[in-house]
Design a protein around this ligand. Structure first.
Ligand code: FAD
Ligand code: FES
Length: 560
């Protein structure tokens, strides 16, 4: 489970113009500390369940499932086109992936340019980049026209190779050549706005950053009225689109909702959709924040595997360095807490002694060829549409996908429909192996971290979980900070496999489809729509002595 953060930000530190240096040089400890996030979206829009709690019998033109950046972008475009839109979401806004992003708004996709060129050719790679630009411009336009306070800001982005890293230097050369072919000029540089040594960099002007929580909350607030509504706290269990019936029925925890069209914008399509699921891979990605004195004024990202990225964000009157990376497959048997320690170290070695104030993580969905899938679920029935596989560019891809989905509902032509079609015929499995995230290699690197799992409940420390077998059933056991044990069936709801313990986030994660569950078994991430079953568990084991020590720090739930 993602534990809620303690209140309070200590507010130490002065603002000087001496560079992007850390504020608390004395604090260089490597412990994971968790503070309250200081840049949450406005509470009124983020936290409360709006609209009607019971949705049974509600009817509209379009049901949008998922109120993150993708669903809300589509919903707002449709509402402005006079459609009655019902947006349903199971959770508060701040728990969506859209509020866990590190919010680099970059036209440069996660999949490397050289790989895209090889696999998609010049025209389609240009089209893809054009799509990212359009998405950034759309966010800029919405933020300025409605006067929303989401801190949208244009700034340059730098793709750099670390000094002394041959592989990164070669990769940078390949990216530079691809950029030349794509028509970028004068982007090679040896300088970035940070003091660590680099082998070289590419400068992409006119990228952007913003506060995603504020932006998405502002989108949400514009949906209400004229028959449109956003209802949070309602989990969708099934979608029925029977060709014999004129309208689709969406079954939820609050009753059935009816509309002509359904958009599934749940990051990963919910339920048992094996055809699309086989093409997706779920990854966890991590981020940390630390107080600094001066903004970087740029987005930075490297060519490591998995890659690191950094930017600064102004929250209130304070500046934070936000660094991210450490991606790994969901459910991988690794000590996820170690990833946070490594991220802390990366931040300190590159940006000086830092007091890390926040840690968080989120889900990233990758596709085999590195491009999202956006379009109809079934080729012969366009009533249910979906978007997924938004990758590490999910804010820009999600915005582009939202606009495309709205066009598909209205029957409007859209230049990206062909490129992102879920049934695109190109066989591009090789792209997946070469993606910028370079996932296979990332996996190899992380296997070094696999730690020995505890084999007996007796040895299970406080605030930790493990799997055991009892009476022929595998159980997921969690020991709380006070020593109490809680048991769930470890069998995932679809019965295909068993969940695994995630120590950093205190969750039960499914390595097969990427679904995640909290300590009570409730769904945190889909595609699962139902939780893990509770099981009675009686154990006479006293809390082991080491359980009284400091418990592993959870990853904070954060909204950059
Ligand atoms: C650490 C991290 C850093 C990132 N950095 C960047 C970045 O720098 N730039 C960038 O462009 N992207 C970035 N991304 C990716 C981006 O944040 C996501 O891809 C994007 O926000 C996904 O948006 P979405 O609307 O599709 O999904 P979400 O925002 O997750 O919205 C989906 C919604 O669906 C709801 N839902 C799910 N199942 C159900 C159900 N059964 N019933 C009802 N509701 C349901 C969920 O509650 C959720 O609110 C990052 C992601 C992470 C995790
Ligand atoms: S395969 Fe069942 S929850 Fe993942």
């Amino acid at each position: 489970m993602l534990d809620s953060m303690p209140d309070g930000d200590d507010g130490r530190g002065d603002v000087t113009d001496s560079g992007p240096v850390a504020e608390s040089p004395r604090s260089t400890h490597h412990e994971v500390t968790v503070r309250r996030l200081v840049h949450e979206p406005p509470q009124d829009a983020a936290d409360c369940v709006r609209g009607i709690p019971r949705v049974n019998g509600l009817e509209g033109d379009v049901i949008v499932i998922g109120a993150g950046v993708t669903g809300l972008t589509a919903a707002l475009a449709l509402k402005r086109a006079s459609r009655r839109v019902i947006v349903l979401d199971a959770r508060p806004l701040k728990e969506s992936e859209s509020c866990r992003t590190t919010a680099h708004l970059s036209e440069v996709p996660d999949t490397r340019l050289s790989v895209l060129l090889k696999c998609f050719g010049l025209d389609d790679t240009r089209l893809l980049i054009e799509g990212q630009r359009l998405a950034i411009a759309h966010i800029e336009q919405l933020s300025s026209e409605s006067g929303m306070d989401c801190g949208f800001e244009r700034l340059p982005g730098f793709l750099y190779a670390e000094a002394g890293d041959r592989a990164q230097r070669q990769a940078l050369e390949a990216e530079a050549e691809a950029a030349d072919a794509l028509g970028y000029s004068d982007i090679r540089t040896t300088e970035i706005p940070a003091s660590f040594a680099i082998a070289g960099a590419l400068r992409f002007d006119n990228q952007a950053q913003f506060r995603p929580g504020s932006y998405v909350a502002a989108l949400e607030s514009q949906i209400y009225g004229h028959g449109s509504v956003v209802v949070r706290g309602v989990r969708v269990h099934a979608i029925e689109s029977d060709a014999a019936r004129p309208r689709c029925r969406v079954s939820t925890s609050g009753g059935d909702v009816i509309a002509e069209r359904v958009i599934v914008a749940t990051d990963v399509p919910i339920g048992d959709r094996s055809a699309i699921r086989a093409k997706l891979a779920a990854y966890r990605s991590y981020a940390i924040a630390a107080r600094v004195r001066r903004p970087l004024g740029a987005l930075l990202w490297d060519l490591a595997t998995p890659y690191h990225h950094a930017r600064t964000a102004r929250i209130g009157n304070r500046e934070f360095l936000i660094t991210g990376g450490g991606d790994h497959r969901v459910g991988e048997e690794i000590d996820t807490r170690q990833i946070l320690t490594e991220l802390d170290e990366f931040a300190r070695t590159h940006f000086g002694p830092l007091e890390v104030t926040h840690h968080w993580s989120g889900q990233i969905i990758e596709t085999a060829d590195g491009l999202p899938y956006v379009g109809p679920e079934a080729a012969d029935d366009g009533r249910v549409l979906f978007a997924t596989g938004l990758s590490g560019n999910g804010i820009t891809n999600g915005t582009l996908a939202g606009l495309l989905l709205a066009d598909l509902v209205r029957g409007h032509a859209n230049p990206w429909a062909r490129l992102l079609a879920p049934d695109r015929s190109r066989s591009l499995a090789s792209v997946g192996r070469n993606m910028g995230r370079n996932l296979a290699a990332a996996k190899r690197r992380l296997t070094g971290r696999i730690k020995e799992l505890v084999t007996d409940v007796e040895h299970l420390p406080a605030s930790a979980g493990m799997l055991i077998r009892r009476q022929g059933e595998r159980l997921a056991i969690y020991r709380s900070a006070t020593g109490a044990l809680r048991a769930l069936s470890a069998a995932c709801p679809s019965g295909r496999g068993h969940v695994r313990w995630n120590g950093a986030e205190k969750s039960w994660d499914c390595p097969s489809c990427g679904s995640r569950f909290d300590l009570a078994g409730a769904v945190l991430n889909g595609p699962a729509v139902r939780g893990l079953m509770p099981r009675p568990f009686v154990d006479a084991t006293p809390v082991p002595a080491h359980a009284a020590g400091p418990s592993p720090a959870p990853v904070a739930q954060a909204v950059p």
